[in-house]
Design a protein around this ligand. Structure first.
Ligand SMILES: C[S@@+](CC[C@H](N)C(=O)[O-])C[C@H]1O[C@@H](n2cnc3c(N)ncnc32)[C@H](O)[C@@H]1O
Length: 215
């Protein structure tokens, strides 16, 4: 199995990723967040969206597995309402509460078993009416089926030495709803994240926590 942590560590060491906030972060902020909300970002990468949220008055906790990158981000950050944590987002404790869980281009990096854990965890840490915000590669994505299938995993492939699992939209929505996360928006199309002259097809899902945690 390809070691994806090493892949990302090397990637950030080259510092080639854009620092501009993603279109998805702007969309989420404009439509689903209010000042002083508590947001956790899963797999924050170089922190571009986390900085954007914090600069716009959102209390932001951003998690990534890449130690060096997290150390660097904590050194350069200037906002009090922003913290970077090194960790595995599929294994977070549920002793904190948030108004929003934000995951951009990270669910396709993990196996379905881990995704199940993340949805359960998200449902536990979201306060009533809080949002789970996802942008991800789905089965309409142009890279779907490219590379070598991963044995024992549905819709997962190794392509150019990198693991990707392409989400099935209907299945993912059903799974969110089983976790008390009511799907408010679910779209798979082009135009969400044009990059380097390419406009691939991606999926956005916004789901809202229906009940209080302990009911
Ligand atoms: C494609 S990048 C996306 C970065 C950022 N969300 C963005 O949109 O710019 C995926 C990130 O998820 C992180 N990641 C993948 N699996 C992880 C895990 N289990 N725990 C923590 N971080 C993880 C990687 O280290 C990488 O930084």
């Amino acid at each position: 199995m390809v070691d994806d942590k090493v892949y990302w560590e090397n990637f950030y060491a080259q510092a080639k990723m854009p620092f501009k906030p993603s279109l998805f972060s702007r969309f989420v902020r404009d439509n689903y967040l209010r000042r002083n909300d508590l947001l956790i970002e899963l797999g924050c990468g170089n922190g571009r969206d986390a900085f954007y949220f914090a600069q716009n008055g959102i209390n932001t906790t951003a998690v990534d597995q890449c130690e060096e990158e997290i150390k660097h981000l904590n050194e350069i950050k200037q906002q009090d309402n922003l913290r970077f944590e090194c960790g595995d987002f599929t294994n977070l404790s549920d002793d904190r509460m948030f108004n929003a869980v934000y995951s951009r281009f990270t669910l396709h990096s993990i196996a379905e078993e881990q995704e199940d854990k993340v949805f359960k965890w998200a449902s536990n840490v979201l306060s009533k009416s809080g949002y789970m915000c996802i942008e991800v590669r789905g089965m309409q994505n142009e890279l779907y089926m490219k590379g070598k299938p991963v044995e024992g995993q549905e819709n997962a492939f190794i392509y150019e030495n990198h693991y990707r699992r392409f989400l099935d939209m209907v299945k993912t929505c059903k799974k969110l709803e089983r976790n008390d996360l009511k799907v408010k928006l679910c779209v798979e199309k082009k135009g969400f994240s044009p990059f380097n002259g390419k406009d691939e097809t991606f999926m956005r899902i916004i789901a809202q926590k229906e009940k209080n945690r302990f009911y």
